[in-house]
Ligand binder design. Structure first.
Ligand SMILES: [Zn+2]
Length: 272
């Protein structure tokens, strides 16, 4: 045993030296067992030179305290953590509890409780957090936990929402929204076409029918997005939505009916 200055009982910030442990095998530095004065009374082994240089001042509690809820409560991550907690744990909140907590989706232990936010904050920074990204669960039926969460773009998240509907075509497996994007179709157009049935190759290669369908009747236009006829009537220089119709005939009937009722109302209340 070489010579060393006895540090037993000395205090270095939060660490009090308890006893000598031995030499560091690599650099021969003296290692001391220290106890931290924080509530955990954690015991750790520290090299003498680090104690003297002040590069190790606590068991790690000092660093943890420097990241407090207080100075992070205005961050975006704080808001995201709060709304996640509300969705899963607060039936009285207006944050969609029905689709989360009520469906059994939970927040993991690590992200709950007093240290929960700090743990979530650290996890976020270590896992690619960015102000433009949103918190996404890989398995939409899974819990909020590190293994099931990631920071994703809105688009990635959108893809994920439809991950239950994977479609294999020409040896490629894609989500509905990925197929729609590839084919240059609006996702609802693709969904409607699939519902109506037919060969997927044809469905994907048929271009969107932009403005091809025309009623030639004032106020009735084809709504590609809903695959329905849209009746709009001019009133006080504004176009007023009346309804969507599968058949053009129904849209025409609705238009006639609407105009008749309007005429009756105008005559009833109108000029003498
Ligand atoms: Zn400590």
């Amino acid at each position: 045993m070489g010579k060393y200055r006895d540090l037993t009982g000395q205090k270095f910030d939060r660490l009090t030296v308890v006893k000598y442990i031995g030499r560091n095998k690599i650099n021969r530095g003296a290692i001391w067992l220290c106890e931290c004065c924080c509530e955990n009374k954690t015991k750790i082994e520290v090299e003498a030179r680090r104690l003297k240089a002040g590069t190790k001042k606590s068991c790690g509690c000092l660093q943890r305290e420097s990241i407090t809820k207080h100075n992070l409560s205005r961050t975006r991550i704080y808001k995201i953590h709060k709304s996640m907690m509300d969705r899963c744990n607060n039936p009285n909140s207006k944050t969609n509890y029905d689709n989360y907590g009520a469906r059994g989706i939970r927040v993991c232990e690590e992200w709950l409780g007093d240290e929960g936010f700090i743990n979530f904050y650290k996890w976020s920074l270590e896992n690619g957090y960015d102000d433009l990204l949103t918190l996404d669960r890989k398995d939409v039926n899974g819990n909020y936990e590190p293994e099931n969460c990631r920071w994703a773009t809105k688009k990635e998240q959108g893809n994920n929402r439809r991950d239950n509907t994977l479609i294999k075509h020409n040896g490629e497996v894609k989500t509905l929204s990925q197929w729609a994007e590839k084919a240059g179709l609006h996702i609802s157009t693709l969904l409607n076409r699939i519902k109506r049935g037919g060969d997927l190759a044809v469905i994907l290669s048929t271009p969107p029918q932009k403005a091809k369908k025309q009623s030639n009747i004032k106020g009735i236009i084809w709504a590609e997005r809903y695959q329905k006829w849209h009746l709009l009537i001019r009133e006080n220089k504004k176009r007023k939505h009346v309804g969507y119709y599968v058949n053009l005939e129904d849209a025409i009937k609705a238009k006639d009916m609407y105009l008749k009722i309007r005429e009756v109302n105008n005559n009833g209340t109108g000029k003498m």
